[in-house]
Ligand binder design. Structure first.
Ligand code: OXD
Ligand code: MN
Length: 593
């Protein structure tokens, strides 16, 4: 294989040929290859500041931090403009938008055509996963957005390291991204799993434009995982160190904006002295069966792209410590002293500039930060970062947790009877929608394994793959379901959440070790109230009972409403899951009130 020099980088001919072809299409004035060096970071930051793409924040108070404001119509993922482009429509399944690959290349090609005239095309080689990991993947993103380049630097292992991994012949995901004119009518995020390619045009929003994250690590990743025998999941990974120094790992899947980052960085409450949480990842887990019959987890990312509003000293002190330097803030309030603010951080400033760039005061009655405003920060800056975060092998998983945002019905925690039952619990997860995606918020939707917007193939085949993975594990993790968001009739949360969630994690870990008192119920095993350590916690016995109650009528309705979703999946829905649903109804019906 011939190599070509791109700046000081040796590039294999496949990569060079593809970049040339894409440059011919987009017609940038210049092509710049990124090597990931510190010198490059400084140069590109200076350039982004000069062009007004970002603003430098107060160097003393927030060293190395940048501020960015997006176009007003470009603040969240646009699921209705996101497509899986498989040759066969059926393979994308009923939960994805589908476009014929030839049509997609044609339609997007016409938008990309000449769209980078007067601009620079950056070539961003990146790794998802630790170097040397059995799951590591190489991507090359082409983009005309410096903001995107600077974010990719934080979120991935970027530059020379990726070209080295690629070597001479390795395969890579071809990721073409362009802002074009940021017109929502000309915005498309298209995935071509059969070509290992992503084309995204018309948006600079993280989930649409940082193509290593949702596009590669989840949509393309889930497709590759099915072919290669692993799982790409929308999950945090954390380690729980007990007072005796032993660390156990769990993964947890919650939909966007349901507290994955907070849980991943949890600080134990004073009553649970001696425990410590280690953060491996806050958004994505790649899971594979190890030679030891256990499930192993790797975080493919190297940074956090976290939701700012609501992040504060109480909800997530570790996140706050993480974002004090080298962080990119997007769509928050810019204070006059060159620092930042968002709703829920602390007392508001007297005035500032809001996410739209207008003068703003708290009295205006409008939100200063967009509800989906974000921070992008290096994982390594997190005080609770796990020493294992970059371990190529990953960490062994003792428990998998599914969870949603549910006002009613779902109890605080329950354990599934076995792997198949746990897959059913994950597959039928429901959650109220949030601001991470464009559309109405607070509407209940089925979000299987929190992967509804991210599964890159037919959801029925995805459930089948989960069931098959279980068979390959001689020592599988136990599967649990949690709901931190139960409310009383007045709309008050019943469970304090945040650091107190560790109390639930500890019961989960005990159960994972085959211990921990539980009662059997129609929906699974629940802790008896005494099984949860609530010392020092202001939660009454009645509230605890309410949180751990099985609402029989609510569950029967729940099971009934899953039928709609199952019907939509059609023939490819594994029969085993229908059996789990029938068994649940039978168990509920057998309970005498
Ligand atoms: C995210 C999301 O940004 O899920 O992680 O939307
Ligand atoms: Mn996410």
């Amino acid at each position: 294989m011939k190599t070509k020099e791109a700046g000081s980088l040796a590039v294999n001919a496949h990569v060079a040929g593809w970049v040339e072809e894409m440059a011919k299409l987009c017609r940038p004035d210049r092509v710049v290859w990124c090597d990931g060096s510190e010198e490059e970071r400084k140069r590109l930051t200076d350039e982004a500041v000069r062009r007004g793409e970002v603003i430098r924040l107060n160097e003393e108070k927030l060293p190395g931090c940048l501020y960015s404001r997006s176009a007003e119509n470009d603040v969240a993922r646009t699921e209705h403009l996101t497509f899986i482009c498989t040759n066969n429509r059926e393979d994308a399944g009923p939960t994805n938008n589908w476009m014929d690959p030839a049509e997609a290349y044609g339609k997007l090609g016409a938008i990309f055509d000449g769209s980078m005239k007067g601009r620079t095309m950056y070539v961003v080689p990146f790794l998802m996963g630790p170097k040397g990991s059995p799951l590591v993947k190489v991507g090359i993103q082409l983009t005309d957005s410096l903001y995107v380049v600077l974010n990719m630097r934080v979120m991935t292992r970027m530059g020379r390291i990726a070209l080295e991994e690629l070597g001479q012949n390795g395969s890579f995901t071809r990721c073409l991204h362009g802002k074009a004119d940021l017109d929502i009518q000309r915005r498309f995020i298209c995935h071509f799993p059969q070509d290992n390619a992503v084309w995204s045009v018309g948006s600079a929003y993280g989930g649409n434009a940082l193509l290593g994250k949702k596009c590669l690590a989840l949509r393309i990743g889930s497709y590759l995982g099915r072919e290669q025998g692993w799982l790409a999941e929308h999950m945090l990974i954390l380690g729980i160190e007990s007072p005796d120094g032993k660390v156990d790992y769990v993964t947890a899947a919650f939909p966007s904006q349901c507290g994955k980052t907070n849980l991943a960085m949890l600080v134990p409450p004073p009553a649970l002295k001696g425990y410590k949480i280690w953060t491996v990842g806050d958004d994505i887990a790649w899971l594979y069966p190890g030679a030891d019959g256990r499930l192993w987890a790797v975080n493919p990312e190297a940074g956090f792209f976290g939701v700012a509003p609501g992040t504060n000293r109480k909800s997530n002190p570790n996140a706050l410590a993480t974002i004090q330097k080298n962080t990119i803030f997007t769509n928050v309030v810019l204070k006059d002293d060159g620092t930042v603010w968002w709703e829920g951080l602390e007392d508001p400033p007297l005035e500032g500039t809001d996410w739209r760039g207008r003068r703003w005061t708290p009295a205006s009655g409008e939100k200063g930060a967009h509800p989906n405003s974000r921070f992008t920060a290096p994982l390594l800056q997190c005080p609770s970062v796990s020493p294992e975060w970059n371990n190529p092998k990953g960490v062994p998983v003792s428990a998998i947790i599914f969870g949603g945002r549910r006002e009613k019905v779902d109890p605080l925690v329950y354990e599934s009877f076995h792997w198949r039952h746990g897959v059913y619990a994950g597959a039928t997860m429901g959650s109220e929608t949030t601001a991470a995606a464009v559309g109405h918020t607070g509407v209940l939707r089925r979000d299987p394994m929190a992967m509804l917007p991210f599964c890159g193939y037919h959801v029925g085949d995805y459930f089948r793959h989960w069931l098959e993975m279980g068979k390959r594990l001689s020592n599988p993790p136990r599967i649990f379901h949690v709901n931190w968001f139960r409310q009383d009739k007045g709309g008050k949360y019943l469970w304090p959440g945040f650091g107190e969630n560790l109390r639930v994690l500890l019961w989960i870990l005990e159960r994972a070790k085959g211990k921990g008192p539980a009662r059997e119920s129609p929906i699974g095993y629940l802790p008896v109230p005494e099984a949860l350590n609530v010392s020092g916690l202001d939660v009454s016995r009645e509230t605890l009972e309410e949180l751990l109650k099985v609402d029989r009528g609510g569950w029967l309705e729940e099971a009934e409403s899953q039928t709609e979703f199952f019907k939509k999946i059609g023939d490819r829905l594994p029969k085993e899951l229908v059996k789990e649903q029938t068994d649940l109804v039978r168990r509920l019906a057998a309970v005498h009130e």
